[in-house]
Design a protein around this ligand. Structure first.
Ligand SMILES: [Zn+2]
Length: 367
């Protein structure tokens, strides 16, 4: 990475500092940031919450590469660091510019969750399950309701009896089926995990507006949505994030390599997701050729990450929890989605740069 921005300097310990650092990096690059401030919600420190946007490149460039961070709130520490490194990367931005590729950096898709250390937004909605067609009949995932009370028990930390019951249910369902039921998205418990919501969230509408204005006139749109919490620690899994379309998947593998995983064929660390964020590209950029992936960096074993999410949802319905329990839940959420070491941060930046460069080269190829 550029000498001017050492690995650790791209990353921030809070949303407030991450936002300030991103805006500073945007201005240092000579760009004008575009800020969408949340109309009501405030951050954990009382600060304003916003989705901030930077466009690096020409308004009429034929191709655009969208890089988003913080779709899952607390996962934003990672993606924010990647975006700041990209803004300091003279070589990469020069290659993009000469290839006719504009870079659109969208910082903190879920600023509330980023600040409050939650995966979900100010309404308890998992934004990466919120991009479904609410007008169409949907399967609400009734199977989730049967495991909810186990996942969010009356007491936290959970009793040994609760842990045994979760393990027994996982074994009875099979680990893959359990993961699909719990994480695929559900519309039955607003206080539950991976809740899709009942309507498009503020972030959903805002992101669609950003994408329409910056992307709809382009011939080609690529999207890299940065996540953390699944897979081996430090590995960045490229997870195909388009519709189940063989041509788009083949294009993603041609660009990024044979290790683009698809949850449609069971090869990914992720179960099939209903309503992920990049689905809106088909609505907002209908004439463009689109290629979307999530870049998912591993942190800790799935059981550890799931425990953190369970505690977070327990805390949301127990706002009077003792401060020590509250602090432990918040710390577990932070640690579950961000490994605070230069080794991990270096792996993140190296793989992210490779992935972005691959997209830039592929988008440039046909002029
Ligand atoms: Zn995520």
């Amino acid at each position: 990475m550029p000498d001017a921005e050492p690995v650790s300097r791209c990353f921030a310990p809070t949303y407030r500092e991450a936002r300030a650092g991103f805006l500073e990096a945007v201005r240092r690059r000579g760009l004008a940031p575009e800020s969408h401030v949340h109309p009501a919600a405030r951050g954990a420190e009382g600060e304003a919450l916003a989705i901030d946007v930077a466009l690096a490149g020409a308004a009429d460039a034929p191709a655009i590469l969208v890089v988003t961070s913080g779709t899952h709130g607390a996962e934003g520490f990672c993606g924010s660091g990647v975006q700041r490194a990209l803004l300091a990367d003279d070589d990469l931005l020069r290659r993009a510019g000469s290839g006719g590729v504009a870079l659109l950096l969208v910082h903190a898709v879920n600023p509330y969750g980023f600040s409050h250390l939650r995966r979900v937004n100010e309404e308890g909605v998992d934004l990466n399950r919120n991009f479904v067609d609410f007008a169409a009949p949907r399967a609400p995932n009734e199977a989730y309701a049967a495991v909810h009370d186990l996942l969010v028990p009356a007491a936290w930390p959970p009793t040994q009896a609760n842990r045994d019951a979760v393990a027994a249910r996982t074994a009875a369902m099979g680990a893959a089926r359990f993961q699909a039921v719990v994480t695929g998205g559900q519309g039955v418990r607003p206080d539950g995990l991976f809740y899709s919501g009942e309507r498009p969230a503020w972030s959903n509408a805002t992101l669609r507006d950003i994408l329409r204005r910056h992307g709809s006139g382009r011939a080609r749109v690529a999207w890299i949505d940065i996540h953390t919490g699944l897979g081996p620690q430090g590995h960045g899994e490229r997870i195909f994030a388009g519709v189940n379309d063989a041509a788009e998947l083949a294009r993603a593998r041609a660009w990024y390599g044979a290790d683009v995983m698809s949850y449609y064929d069971g090869g990914s660390a992720s179960a099939e997701v209903r309503g992920p964020v990049p689905m809106c590209v088909y609505d907002e950029c209908p004439r463009a050729e689109t290629t979307s992936i999530a870049l998912e960096f591993g942190t800790h074993p799935m059981a550890t990450v799931l425990d953190a999410i369970r505690g977070d949802h327990w805390l949301a319905v127990h706002p009077d929890a003792p401060p020590a329990v509250r602090d432990a839940v918040k710390r577990a959420m932070r640690d579950a989605f961000y490994v605070d070491s230069d080794g991990w941060r270096g792996m993140v930046l190296g793989q992210a740069r490779t992935t972005v460069l691959q997209a830039v080269i592929a988008l440039s190829a046909r002029g």
